[in-house]
Design a protein around this ligand. Structure first.
Ligand SMILES: Nc1ncnc2c1ncn2[C@@H]1O[C@H](COP(=O)(O)OP(=O)(O)O)[C@@H](O)[C@H]1O
Ligand SMILES: C=C(OP(=O)(O)O)C(=O)O
Ligand SMILES: [Ca+2]
Ligand SMILES: [Mn+2]
Length: 637
C-alpha cells in the first residue's frame, strides 16, 4: 500500500497493470484506485448491508416466542445477525443497524442477561462460512460440496422416537408393531425445556422458516431452530425454500422443530432409555431433538407429521420416490431404506418429482420436500451421473471420507459409516420438475432388496397382491458387512415406512387401494437385491438390469408381454424384458443349488405369513371387506 500526498491510502485493484515512470517514481495507474482509509474500510465496501426492515422485528418476536421457556413464560432476548460481525461493525463508518428485541423481565438467570443472535434463513454461502469456522469436521470438498460429520449417530434412532399420547391422539396407531412409542405431556415439556434452555444458552441459533408440500392448498409452514450451520443448510436443501415475498408474509409456523442434538436428554427423565430422544407433540405442533445430530431425523420427523395431518384431509402420504415420463406418465417407487427409491427415481430419461416423500390427493401427486437425500456409498459417476453432478457447492455431504489434500471424496470408504449421504436441493438434478407436482400415477412400483435372492427381479401384481405387499413392506438387507454376519435380515415395515406412519397401516392401504382403482394404476414388485443365490453366494442384480426393467414398466412393454406364475408367492413374472437376459427373470434358473432355493423360498414365505398374521384379522381400517382377499394374495404353501 502506498501512502499518497493527501494522506489517503490508494489501493490499486490490479497489481499487474502497466507502469509509468515519472520523476523516477513508479506510479501504478493501470486501473481506477479504490478510495478507502483502512483495510477494514475496504473490506466493508465488499458487502452490501442487508436492508433491515420492520419485518425483522416481527420475525424476532415470533422466534423469541418459539424459544420461550415454559417455566418463565418468556422468550430470550434476541438480536438479528452474526455475533462475529458485531466487532467488525464497530469500526465501520456506516453502522449496520442490528435489530433486537428485549423482553421486559426481572432477571432470573444468566441466560436472561445475554442476547442470543439469530441467524435467520441464511444463504448456503453464509452457512458454509459458519460451518467451516465453528464446526469441527466441516470441509469444502473438491466438487464444492460441504463435508460434515453428524457425530456419534450416523443413522436414525427409531427406538428413541416418542409421541405424546393425549386426547387428540386416540386415532393413532399404538401398541405392537407401531413406531409410536408413547410419552406424556409433562415429560415432553421437560425435554422441551431442556432443548430450549440449551439453545438459549448459546451465542447464536440458526432459524429456518420454510415450507413442506408443493401442493399450494396443503402446504405446511415449518420452523427449524438449530445450533449448527450443518443442520440449517441440510434443512435449507431438504425443505421447500420460500421466496423473499413468501418469507415476508410467513407469519407464525404451523410446526416447529427444536434441534438440540448436541445436548443429551437426561436419563433420569421418565421414559428415557438412552441419551437420545426425539419427541413429537402433535397438539403443540412441536418436535424436540436431544442427543442425536443425524440430520435425517428432522426430515423424517416432519414426514411423520405429514403422515398425521394429510390423511385427515383424505390425502395419502407416501414413503416413495416419484418421476414422470415426457408424456406425463407418473410412477411411484415405494421401498425401505436402501432399496432404490432415490437411485431409480433419478433417471436421465425422466423428470424427477421427488425421491422420498409425497402426497397423493384428488389433484395428483405432490412432493413434500424441496430436496433429495441420496445414499453415497459406492457412488460412481458412470452409474449414477445425475446424483454425482448434484454433489456440488451447496450440497451437504454427511460422514464421507476424503483425501486430506485434494479434498476428493472416496465414496467407497465406510470408515465413518456405511450410511454416507448427500443432501441437495431438487433443482440440482438437471431434469427436475419444478414445481414438484404431477398427475395421478400410472405405475406403482414396490421395491424390495431381497438379500435371500428368491423374489423375481420383476413381477406384475394383482390389486390384492399390491395391497398385500404394500402392507407387508418387505426388504432384506445384509445386516453388516463386517462382524461375519452372513444371514440376510428380513425386515417388514408396513406401508414401506412403518417408522413414519402415525395411523394404522390399513388406513393408508385402504386409501392406496382406492386411489389406484380410481386412476387405473398398475402395481409391480421389483427385487433390487440378490440373484443367483442368497447374500454370500449370489450377487446383487446390476443397476443396469434394474433400470432396463423399470424402463420396460414405464414404456408399457411389460403390460403387453407374456407371463408365467411362480410357485409359493404366486407372482406373475414376464418371460422377456428388453435388455435383460431372460434366464434371470425366474430366480430358480440362476440358483445352482435348486434344493437350497426351495428351502430359502419357503423360509421367506413363512416369514411373510407370520408377519401378516397381525393384519389379517384387523377390522378397523376400512379394508376389512378386502381383508380375506388381501390375505389370500400372500404366499400359499
Ligand atoms: N439393482 C439396483 N437397484 C437399485 N439400487 C441399487 C442396485 N444395485 C445397487 N444399488 C445401490 O443401492 C442403493 C439404493 O439406495 P437408495 O436409492 O438411496 O435407496 P432409498 O432411497 O430407497 O433409501 C444405492 O446405493 C444404489 O447404488
Ligand atoms: C433418510 C432416510 O431415508 P431413505 O433411506 O429412505 O432414503 C432414512 O431412512 O433415514
Ligand atoms: Ca427410509
Ligand atoms: Mn432415499
Amino acid at each position: 500500500m502506498m501512502e499518497a500526498k493527501d494522506g489517503q491510502a490508494w489501493l490499486g485493484t490490479n497489481g499487474y497493470g502497466s507502469r509509468r515512470e515519472e520523476d523516477g517514481v513508479c506510479h501504478d495507474d493501470s486501473a481506477t484506485p479504490v478510495r478507502a482509509n483502512t483495510v477494514d474500510e475496504l473490506h466493508s465496501l465488499q458487502r452490501k448491508p442487508q436492508v433491515v426492515e420492520d419485518r425483522h422485528r416481527l420475525q424476532l418476536q415470533s422466534i423469541s416466542a418459539s424459544l420461550a421457556s415454559m417455566t418463565c413464560g418468556i422468550g430470550p432476548k434476541l438480536v438479528n445477525g452474526d455475533p462475529a460481525r458485531k466487532k467488525e461493525m464497530a469500526g465501520k463508518a456506516v453502522t449496520h443497524h442490528q435489530h433486537h428485541i428485549t423482553v421486559p423481565t426481572i432477571t432470573v438467570s444468566d441466560s436472561d442477561l445475554k442476547f442470543t443472535h439469530v441467524l435467520y434463513n441464511l444463504s448456503p454461502s453464509e452457512l458454509y462460512e459458519h460451518a467451516i469456522k465453528y464446526e469441527k469436521g466441516s470441509f469444502i470438498t473438491s466438487s464444492g460440496a460441504l463435508a460434515t460429520l453428524s457425530g456419534a449417530k450416523t443413522g436414525r434412532s427409531p427406538r428413541d422416537k416418542r409421541v405424546v399420547k393425549d386426547e387428540t391422539t386416540d386415532d393413532l396407531w399404538w401398541g405392537k408393531g407401531s413406531p409410536n412409542i408413547e410419552m406424556d405431556e409433562q415429560t415432553f415439556l421437560i425435554n422441551r425445556e431442556r432443548a430450549v434452555d440449551y439453545l438459549n444458552s448459546l451465542d447464536k441459533v440458526f432459524v429456518n422458516d420454510q415450507f413442506l408440500n408443493w401442493d399450494p392448498n396443503n402446504r405446511i409452514k415449518v420452523r427449524i431452530i438449530s445450533a449448527r450451520a450443518y443442520h440449517s443448510l441440510f434443512m435449507h436443501n431438504m425443505c421447500i425454500r420460500p421466496t423473499y415475498e413468501e418469507l415476508e408474509n410467513f407469519g407464525e409456523p404451523d410446526f416447529t422443530i427444536y434441534n438440540a442434538g448436541q445436548f443429551p436428554c437426561n436419563r433420569y427423565t421418565h421414559y428415557m432409555t438412552s441419551s437420545t430422544s426425539i419427541d413429537l407433540n402433535l397438539k403443540r405442533r412441536e418436535m424436540v431433538i436431544l442427543g442425536t445430530q443425524y440430520a435425517g431425523e428432522m426430515k423424517k420427523g416432519l414426514f411423520s407429521v405429514m403422515h398425521y395431518l394429510m390423511p385427515k384431509k383424505q390425502i395419502l402420504s407416501l414413503h416413495s420416490g416419484c418421476n414422470m415420463g415426457r408424456g406425463g406418465d407418473v410412477a411411484l417407487f415405494f421401498g425401505l431404506s436402501g432399496t432404490g427409491k432415490t437411485t431409480l427415481s433419478t433417471d436421465r430419461n425422466r423428470i424427477l418429482i421427488g425421491d422420498d416423500e409425497h402426497c397423493w390427493s384428488d389433484n395428483g401427486i405432490s412432493n413434500i420436500e424441496g430436496g433429495c437425500y441420496a445414499k453415497c456409498i459406492d457412488l460412481s459417476q458412470e452409474k449414477e451421473p445425475d446424483i454425482w453432478d448434484a454433489i456440488k457447492f451447496g450440497t451437504v455431504l454427511e460422514n464421507v471420507v476424503f483425501d486430506e489434500h485434494s479434498r476428493e471424496v472416496d465414496y467407497t470408504e465406510k470408515s465413518v459409516t456405511e450410511n454416507t449421504r448427500a443432501a441437495y436441493p431438487i433443482e440440482y438434478i438437471a431434469n427436475a420438475k419444478i414445481p414438484c407436482v404431477g398427475p395421478h400415477p400410472k405405475n406403482v412400483i414396490l421395491l424390495a432388496c431381497d438379500a435371500f435372492g428368491v423374489l423375481p427381479p420383476v413381477s406384475k401384481l394383482s390389486h390384492a397382491q399390491t395391497m398385500y405387499h404394500f402392507i407387508s413392506g418387505y426388504t432384506a438387507l445384509v445386516a453388516g458387512t463386517e462382524d461375519g454376519i452372513k444371514e440376510p435380515q428380513a425386515t417388514f415395515s408396513a406401508c414401506f415406512g412403518a417408522a413414519f406412519i402415525m395411523l394404522h397401516p390399513t388406513r393408508y392401504a385402504a386409501m392406496l387401494a382406492d386411489k389406484m382403482n380410481k386412476h387405473g394404476a398398475t402395481g409391480w414388485l421389483v427385487n433390487t437385491g440378490w440373484i443367483g443365490g442368497s447374500y454370500g453366494v449370489g450377487e446383487r442384480i446390476s443397476l443396469a438390469y434394474t433400470r432396463k426393467i423399470i424402463d420396460a414398466i414405464h414404456s408399457g412393454e411389460l403390460l403387453a408381454t407374456s407371463y408365467k406364475k411362480t410357485d409359493v408367492f404366486g407372482l406373475d413374472i414376464p418371460t422377456k424384458v428388453e435388455g435383460v437376459p431372460s434366464e434371470l427373470l425366474d430366480p430358480i434358473n440362476t440358483w445352482e443349488d435348486k434344493d437350497s432355493y426351495k428351502l430359502t423360498l419357503l423360509k421367506l414365505a413363512d416369514l411373510f405369513k407370520r408377519n401378516f398374521k397381525v393384519f389379517a384379522n384387523y377390522k378397523k381400517g376400512g379394508v376389512s371387506d378386502l381383508a380375506d382377499e388381501i390375505a389370500a394374495a400372500g404366499p400359499n404353501f
